[in-house]
Design a protein around this ligand. Structure first.
Ligand code: NAD
Ligand code: UDP
Length: 337
């Protein structure tokens, strides 16, 4: 089938494009390259020995979307496009609501007009909010995200539920990601953040490769086994394969379906640093700093529903996540540049 992938040049998008091409699907990517490089998709084409269609443009551009749907027989959309930096979302809330919420609205309007009613949306564990016991399962009520980025994800989830309620033609999957890390095993594509990385793994990798001096660990006084924050890190290729399963599930289901994509296991910051040092053979100097505002102590998934209903399970280990991150960073010290 032909699948439109918005944000397909980005980190998770490029790995998912690769998985879809390898599975024999046709892919159209729409990306405005605000946080990505065209080079990621050139490498995907080389790795898969397949071609894809790339459209440089914005999900907020209704005319472009109408044209795209009229030119390509799109059966389903996987929607990654959006802004994702939590701190920036506090500084620039309007950009976040415009790209993430208004952008999704325009995309859905264009899909409806074109009769394309299958959608997979990139949501996040952040929609659960704080205060639930771990692990987080899909039956829990959503909470109150603490920043505009998280709120934009929750608003879109609600918008998509209303849409599916209004018309049984829609079938929509909300995938709640935990902490995607790692890279394709080739070391050719990976995460390439612009500026100073906000997330743990890209920062660790840049310290190891000599681009930064020292990792700041945000807090060592949490109520976790070693005092540092615990998260559910999931290999980006496991995540990509989860999208493939979700795409197949869409064909058999109506309405809205929610699946966590995580491993079901939590690892602390110190465990991650140690695992990275072992996998890379590089030292990662660190210092302890105060907690980052709004960080939770621990967050991990109950990943049983996706296994039961999609037949999907994340199988790559923490060691593999670290080895693949290092291969990518070592081969590409400056990312795609
Ligand atoms: P990314 O920034 O690498 O990818 C997003 C892509 O969307 C980029 O290629 C960017 O250029 C593009 N884009 C942004 N705004 C656009 C617009 N208006 N029109 C067209 N293209 C646009 O981020 P990612 O890590 O690959 O994340 C993909 C999705 O998954 C995002 O929606 C993100 O919020 C969500 N998510 C990510 C994480 C994570 O930790 N990486 C966790 C949970 C959810
Ligand atoms: N973290 C850290 N130093 C960094 C970045 C992150 O100690 O430079 C910690 C952070 O406090 C959290 C964990 O690493 O406990 C994962 O953070 P990340 O931002 O990657 O994911 P999120 O907190 O959004 O789940």
């Amino acid at each position: 089938m032909t699948v439109l992938i918005t944000g397909g040049a980005g980190y998770i998008g490029s790995h998912t494009v690769l998985a879809l091409l390898e599975a024999g699907h046709e892919v159209v990517v729409l990306d405005n390259l605000v946080n990505a490089s065209r080079e990621s998709l050139r490498r995907v084409e080389r790795l898969t020995e397949r071609t894809l269609i790339f459209v440089e443009g914005d999900i907020r551009d209704r005319t472009l979307l109408d044209q795209l749907f009229s030119e390509h027989a799109v059966s389903a959309v996987i929607h990654f496009a959006g802004l994702k930096a939590v701190g920036e979302s506090v500084q620039q809330p309007l950009s976040y609501y415009e790209n993430n919420v208004a952008g999704t609205l325009v995309l859905c309007q264009a899909m409806q007009a074109a009769g394309v009613t299958r959608l997979v949306f990139s949501s996040s564990a952040t929609v659960y909010g704080d205060g639930h016991p771990m692990p987080l399962h899909e039956g829990l009520p959503t909470g109150e995200p603490t920043n505009p980025y998280g709120r934009s994800k929750l608003i879109v989830e609600e918008l998509l539920r209303d849409l599916a309620d209004s018309d049984s033609a829609w079938s929509i999957v909300l995938l709640r990601y935990f902490n995607p890390v790692g890279a394709h095993a080739s070391g050719q594509i990976g995460e390439d953040p612009r500026g100073i990385p906000n997330n743990l793994l890209p920062y660790v990798a840049q310290v190891a490769v000599g681009r930064r001096d020292c990792l700041a660990i945000f807090g060592s006084d949490y109520s976790t086994h070693d005092g540092t924050g615990v998260r559910d890190y999931i290999h980006v290729m496991d995540l990509a394969e989860g999208h493939l399963c979700a795409l197949h599930a869409l064909a058999e289901r109506q309405g809205v379906h929610i699946w966590n994509l995580g491993t079901g296991q939590g690892h602390s910051v110190l465990e991650v640093v140690k695992a990275f040092e072992q996998a890379s053979g590089q030292a990662v100097p660190y210092r302890i700093e105060p907690r980052r505002p709004d960080d939770v102590a621990a967050c991990w998934a109950d990943a049983c529903l996706a296994e039961r209903e999609l037949g999907w399970k994340a199988w790559r280990s923490l060691a593999e996540m670290m080895a693949d991150t290092w291969r990518w960073q070592h081969n590409n010290p400056d990312g795609y540049r």
